[in-house]
Design a protein around this ligand. Structure first.
Ligand code: GLP
Length: 260
């Protein structure tokens, strides 16, 4: 696992975007996308590189981590709509190549299995960008999620629903209670996991994920079991880490031949 502490949140986003762009330029078949505010800086950098530097997503498939169950198609906070509004509609992504779990399926387990089949067929996901919930969730894998879980329904914790109410006019009653999410096993199948966390509200979760025990109670701690992980944090999100000096030393002395 490589831990990169940037000077600020804007730099974290640019670096994450550059790493994703490198995967696309090297011929990624599929990339994994996430919602929430954490990846937005990376998407802005990808859009900039598309406009200014000829980066192209033609022929690439995109897989979203998760989706709310029961939000009407086109709802601005459905993750399917969010990712189009914030990212894929601004670049040359073929809309049919941007996939998300079907939160309106009548048969939810069948929709979950279908999503897994799609990733297996079009993958592997070359790089998966991730945010982290304040309680250590990734995707919508809440504490207690099996470390080998696959795409399935989850019930959101009260904390996550409260955190996400800001996207629903601060009205908790509008936040769905159930979601479809890639499992921790599904996420772990990606070649490279790239986590972005900024702000003091993420400091405890980052410390638990990176330096705490591997535990279903901190789902993001599954990153410790993956062979290729980059965690990009700003100083506020790094504040509770113990080995900050070592992480900074390792980045400063990174061999010139080694990419992220
Ligand atoms: C949501 C998403 C996660 C995201 C998390 C953190 O619950 N399902 O993928 O990482 O929120 O969101 P933010 O980046 O806005 O803090």
């Amino acid at each position: 696992m490589e831990l990169v502490i940037t000077d600020n949140a804007a730099e974290a986003g640019v670096l994450a975007g550059r790493i994703m762009a490198d995967h696309v330029r090297r011929g990624a078949r599929a990339i994994g996308l996430a919602t929430g505010s954490s990846p937005l800086g990376a998407y802005r950098e990808l859009i900039r590189q598309y406009r200014d530097e000829g980066l192209s997503f033609a022929g690439v498939q995109a897989y979203l981590l998760d989706e709310y169950i029961g939000l009407p198609v086109g709802h601005p906070q459905s993750y399917r709509q969010f990712i189009r509004d914030e990212f894929t509609s601004h670049v040359d992504f073929d809309d049919a190549s941007v996939h998300s779990p079907d939160g309106n399926a009548t048969d939810i387990p069948a929709a979950a299995a279908e999503y897994e089949r799609g990733i297996a067929k079009n993958g592997p996901v070359s790089v998966q960008i991730l945010g982290i919930g304040a309680n250590g969730h990734i995707g919508f894998n809440e504490p207690g999620s099996s470390l080998r879980s696959r795409t399935r329904v989850k019930t959101l914790t009260p904390k996550t629903r409260a955190d996400n109410a800001r996207f629903f006019e601060d009205d908790l009653s509008q936040v769905p209670t159930h979601v479809l999410t890639q499992g921790l096993g599904t996420i772990s199948d990606a070649d490279h996991l790239l986590m972005v966390a900024t702000g003091s509200g993420k400091a405890d979760a980052v410390a638990a994920a990176v330096e705490g025990p591997v535990s279903a109670f901190c789902p993001a701690s599954i990153l410790q079991m993956h062979p290729h992980v980059t965690v990009i944090v700003d100083p506020e999100a790094a504040a509770k880490l113990q080995a900050v000096e070592y992480y900074r030393f390792a980045v400063a002395n990174k061999p010139s031949w080694q990419s992220f």
